[in-house]
Design a protein around this ligand. Structure first.
Ligand code: PAF
Length: 282
């Protein structure tokens, strides 16, 4: 696997693959890779001839009080994991390469509606930062497909919408959540949890599973969500939100069948997110 930092070499190498008729699969990441990321690489490996991963801790998607500086940078380990997973090319640019005019002067991509509420409500500007950098990566790599984790359900919806709205010629592949044995969704942020918090963290998933059972059994939505919030607070979480939405993130109506429970909750300073799809009864 080759690691590149500059745009010109990246473009040259990818043009060569395209001329040879090879398809390209992209896996955008912010590094500090875990099994969830490697599942994205494995999916891209199954679907494309050439797998390109990117590692870029994108300052535009972090709020002023968020963990940009503390975000773990683990390039050497990440390179070893990517190589073992069958990645062909790693693009790991620095901030000046991606935003040469600085963040304030940067053209931005903003995706209305799906970016609003949920994590977009708690993290103003976050999805503009994601949409901007992902659009840029799509333009730099020009992949046939790109793989994203379903753990970041709203992010995936934002990316699907921007690809549709901007008529971008690539397929977006959602990859199911990878979980630890106790159910905790794998996340780079799990590394911030101390031993006691790590023991509590799977309660987030267990709460979603209990709510799914209740909702699929016909329990009223408001009752389920109130009970879920109480359960999370009792376990020691400070929930940012716990919501039921239609699978496309629209509101749940009388005819909605495919739905998704979404939550973000803090354990100490660490913000965890999770979601679970379900089918509402008729
Ligand atoms: O999910 C992530 O790691 C990031 O939000 C992404 C998609 C790589 C954009 O910076």
């Amino acid at each position: 696997m080759q690691t590149l930092n500059d745009v010109a070499t990246l473009r040259e190498m990818l043009a060569e693959h395209r001329r040879a008729g090879r398809t390209i699969g992209l896996v955008p990441t912010m590094g500090n890779l875990h099994a969830g990321h490697l599942a994205l690489v494995a999916e891209a490996r199954r679907r494309a001839d050439v797998v390109v991963a990117t590692i870029f801790v994108n300052p535009m998607q972090f709020g002023p009080n968020e963990d940009l500086d503390a975000y773990p940078r683990t390039l050497a380990d990440d390179q070893a994991h990517l190589e073992a997973a069958g990645c062909d090319l790693l693009f790991a640019p620095d901030v000046a390469t991606v935003y040469p005019r600085g963040l304030d002067a940067q053209t931005r991509v903003s995706v209305p509606e799906v970016s609003e509420g949920l994590c977009g409500g708690d993290r103003p500007g976050h999805f503009d930062g994601v949409a901007t950098v992902v659009t840029m990566l799509f333009n730099l790599v020009q992949p046939d497909l790109a793989c994203f984790g379903e753990k970041d359900y709203q992010q995936l919806a934002v990316i699907r919408r921007l690809v549709a709205d901007l008529h971008l010629p690539l397929e977006i592949v959602g990859v199911p959540i990878e979980r630890a044995e106790d159910g905790l969704a794998l996340s780079s942020r799990n590394g911030y949890l101390d031993t006691a918090q790590r023991a509590v963290a799977p309660e987030l998933y267990r709460t979603l599973c209990a709510l799914r059972e209740a909702l699929e059994g016909g329990e009223p939505v408001d009752d389920s969500l109130t009970r879920g919030l109480e359960r999370l607070r009792e376990a020691g979480f400070v929930p940012d939100y716990l919501e039921l939405r239609a699978a496309d993130l629209g509101p749940v109506g009388d005819t909605t069948r495919d739905a998704v429970l979404l939550t973000a909750a803090r354990l100490g300073p660490t913000r965890l997110i999770d979601n679970l799809s379900l089918t509402l009864p008729r």
